[in-house]
Ligand binder design. Sequence first.
Ligand code: NAD
Ligand code: GLY
Length: 366
Amino acid sequence: MLNLIKQIVEVSLGERSYPIYIGESMLYGFADKFRERFNGAKAAIITNPTVWDLYGSQLTESLTAGAVDYELILVPDGENAKSLGVAERIYGDLIQKGFERKDVVIALGGGVVGDLAGFVAATYERGVPFIQIPTTLLAQVDSSVGGKVAVNHGLGKNMIGAFYQPAFVYIDVSTLNTLPDQEFAGGMAEVIKYAFIKGEPLLSLIQEKKRAILGKETGLLSEVVRICCSIKGEIVEKDERDVGVRAYLNYGHTLGHAIESTTKYDYTHGQAVAVGMVFAARLSQRLGLLGEDAVELHRRVIAAYGLPTTASGASAVELVRVMERDKKRAGGGHFFVLLDGIGNPVVRKIDEDMLVSVLSEFLREV
Ligand code: NAD
Ligand code: GLY
């Protein structure tokens, strides 16, 4: 089987630098890349039953042909797997199976598996090498890049974690063929986010090639994923530990998180972020940073990918109350990532009265 790595994006972080390999039908070629870097090491594949049933045989065929010794560690599907309890069970498996510091943890799956496996890799024996094989669009364009790894605590999401960069990221866009539509749309919300915070060429590409993207044309998906990974890589290179410009990646997320929480997850993460981006555009327009045409462009692009542009059932007062608890709020006050022109993100503190007023009006817009 051909190994179709089409693109390589480098993330430059000194000794923590790594490549992101992007292409199609690549799982069969994985062992070659593994052995180039980790010849003689064992691999622990952490995944869930859904992804394993779909892609386990392609990966293990490659590892077997390449004489790479591997163990499978299955975790439950769903966000609940991102827990200290599941991590502890994985540590037990790794100890019992004799994994040492030179051996490698592989995350095969979406953002849940990536965050969990990355957290285990960061902490097992004080850190073992880690490879991301992301299989959802969200994981391919966002969570597998940048080194944020975490599990959840009963009192909050991603509360226990680390910055721990992978040794490499191995993205086979062919895996997106089996992704449910709602998960694909959720990933598209993040793609659209990159398009608005960076502008061209992504913004034109997603408008002009909508049909091919929704049809999951693999060449085009590789290009979209490459551009997104380059944008994220560039931001992470400037601000690995999230104290400055990495906040731009939260465009649409401040209101998005509040919508997820107040609607008790009636809105998926992607849907909530989509609404959050239209609101951030509206707020930018009210501050004179964007024109009405840019707000309309947000609506058009977001609706084109089947994502909502408003959350008309939600209450502005309740949303603002939840936003007060947002852990990304720094130094008191409501901080939003806004756009001072498309492709030019800025962070602004928004007065609470103004926030309630613009949000109330926004929720009445159709
Ligand atoms: P997910 O990992 O739960 O995957 C979504 C669903 O798709 C799951 O049921 C999964 O089994 C299934 N699936 C995965 N690949 C598939 C495929 N190719 N075909 C069919 N089904 C497939 O969800 P997600 O959206 O990928 O990730 C969400 C998680 O990512 C959250 O926990 C979030 O906190 C985290 N996240 C982390 C970062 C970061 O920087 N580390 C960034 C964004 C989000
Ligand atoms: N997903 C946001 C970040 O990686 O910082």
